[in-house]
Design a protein around this ligand. Sequence first.
Ligand code: ZN
Length: 414
Amino acid sequence: MRINERQLAQVDAQIKRLIASDNYYGRKYKELGITGVASEEDFLKLPFSSKDDLRNAYPLGIQAVPDEEVVRIHSSSGTTGKPVIIPYTQKDVDDWSTMFARCYETAGITNKDRIQITPGYGLWTAGIGFQLGCEKLGAMAIPMGPGNTEKQLQMMMDLKSTVITATSSYALLLSEEINRRGIKDKIFLKKGVIGSERWSDKMRKNIREGLGIELFDIYGLTEIYGPGIGINCPGETAMHYWDDFLYIEILDPKTGEPVEDGEEGEIVITTLVKEGAPLIRFRTHDISRIVPEPCNCEKCKKYPRIDIIKGRSDDMFKVHGVNMFPSQVEEILAMVDGVSSEYNINIAHDDDNNKDVILVTCEAEGRVSFEEAGKRIRELFKSRIGVTPKITVVPVGTLPRSEKKTKRVIDHRE
Ligand code: ZN
């Protein structure tokens, strides 16, 4: 998706504002001699921004407006290192609520709906974002926050909530609890808006059928407003995103070069009108692709689309030119009876035949035929990913267990 004239002018204005503010990025641009952008070529030469920058600028080094214009901060912690602080102006908060309300509308949610909000409130952008959009839309917010399933279900029944917003794992828990208690006929939910990282097809099916609702994937990250920057519309999986607020590029995560529309790569986001902490070419590490086919619905078809998030670029590996993720391997193993979730993958290059060789080792219980299980797994790799690995099946307990994140992909080509 190429940057258009309007977006280019907005990026140019952002760069000039950053330089004038003398914030972390303003100083960086000055050092690099960047004064603005006049063409796509200029834009593609701009340096990337990253979570590491935000950590280096902790706590408020990326603030690009005077203190009196900042109305709040949000923070994301991540699993390692210092947290990241993002300052917001009132306009940023308003823009976020506009985008979020648009998400709800795209999902067919109206001001007659009652939205039960289960993501957490606080420093992070989850609960408060779902609430902002809900109030902007004019629907009734039921601001529960996470946990306390007993009270959650009571409110859901008494207030006849029609929409549940949750992480995929909490939606699944609620669904199982409702069915365990046999109270499904007292539940009035019609839709679920799920803000989460990648979740499997199996999980989607379980939640959808368990609660009898239509599910929507909402996209967002704290560094770029929060959740609410994209959502799918009914009957579709790809997510619209709001290109009047954001410009999205899909880049090859290794080279940083743009890929063709429709090809997979890393989502890189530029905020077009953000004031408190504008980010230009921010690397999300989320993998998706532009969906070039226009959407069927009249209302949202002007907004471009990305596919549901496939995984993180940090986990991606490439075999025979095909991008693969550990998550895909896990999904395949979960489909085969008697096979455990443990596995490892060795990848090497066969110089004689000039092709990549991939060897998957996984475990099966003694009651199943290892040969049959291996055959089934190989078929699934072929049909779902498009590669044919060699499969070795070993007894359960053979592969090493580790308390830390086990290194499952061993690439001998590097
Ligand atoms: Zn649509």
